[in-house]
Design a protein around this ligand. Structure first.
Ligand code: FPP
Length: 260
């Protein structure tokens, strides 16, 4: 939880918000989720509804991503993780996969300076396997390096990411370091996840009318609040993020305990 005002003051010295809108008074600024995870789903269906190729839906999703990120910044979210490509998305048609690789790469190149100026640290969660083109990896490394000292908000891109793969990678790294079975604890596994310094998401949002997790952050969402809605990703705007935060603030989190 953190206050929005300090964040706003700092980030407004950078690039101005392209669409500044007031934060609803109904949002309690002292109870803003520290970490929000978002599934950017529904691009293909959005495009098909308009008789466009699926890839046009991904392109249209960029504005939604940028607006949601500025909204998160404005309201004081500290970490925003977005699902950009899953370990299962390689099963999509080859043309779409190729497009998504190039699109993610160009999105990073086009947006990294602006995100840097507003104090966003760009990080990545996912496997750096041979299927990811070298130029994409290079752009990811450059964006991470450029923004590594920023502290206003982390934008964590889940790219070639799978929740099961992340747990496998964590366990493998413990085994490779010779950690004995009795030392394989919850804390030990959590410490080997892709970003152990990022707290677990308080809130997971999945738009587009699908009510499933699709291998997203399986370990980290054990006690996250889940919000689903029917908006297709290209239509998603920060107002929808604010509505999800309000819904979150109406929930009671017990973490397996009882209310005091
Ligand atoms: C999970 O649904 C959703 C994702 C992994 C998000 C994929 C997002 C993109 C490909 C577009 C990225 C957009 C931008 C703007 C960078 P799923 O379809 O993988 O899983 P499902 O089959 O269970 O629905």
């Amino acid at each position: 939880m953190c206050s929005a005002s300090g964040v706003l003051r700092r980030y407004l010295v950078g690039v101005p918000d392209p669409r500044p809108i007031p934060i609803p008074a109904s949002i309690d600024s002292s109870r803003v989720p520290e970490h929000i995870a978002l599934v950017m789903d529904g691009n293909g269906r959005w495009a098909q509804q308009r008789g466009l190729p699926r890839t046009d839906g991904h392109s249209a999703g960029e504005e939604a991503l940028v607006d949601a990120a500025y909204g998160a910044l404005a309201v004081g979210v500290k970490h925003l993780t977005v699902y950009a490509f899953s370990t299962e998305n390689w099963r999509r048609p080859l043309d779409e996969v190729r497009f998504l690789m190039g699109f993610n790469e160009s999105l990073l190149r086009r947006r990294r300076d602006e995100l840097n100026e507003v104090g966003v640290r760009i990080t990545f969660s996912g496997r750096r396997d041979r299927r990811v083109p070298r130029s994409v990896l290079r752009n990811m490394d450059e964006a991470a390096e450029l923004t590594k000292n920023n502290r206003v908000m982390t934008l964590n891109l889940a790219f070639n990411y799978g929740g099961r793969a992340e747990i496998i990678d964590a366990v493998k790294s413990l085994v490779e370091d010779g950690i004995p079975a009795h030392k394989i604890t919850e804390k030990a596994i959590a410490s080997r996840l892709y970003h152990p310094e990022i707290p677990d998401p308080d809130l997971v949002i999945r738009p587009s009318g699908e009510y499933r997790i699709s291998n997203f952050l399986l370990w980290e969402i054990a006690y996250s609040e889940l919000v689903f809605n029917d908006i297709l990703w290209p239509d998603y705007r920060r107002e929808d993020l604010y509505a999800a935060i309000e819904e979150y603030q109406g929930r009671q989190r017990r973490f397996g305990g009882v209310e005091s």
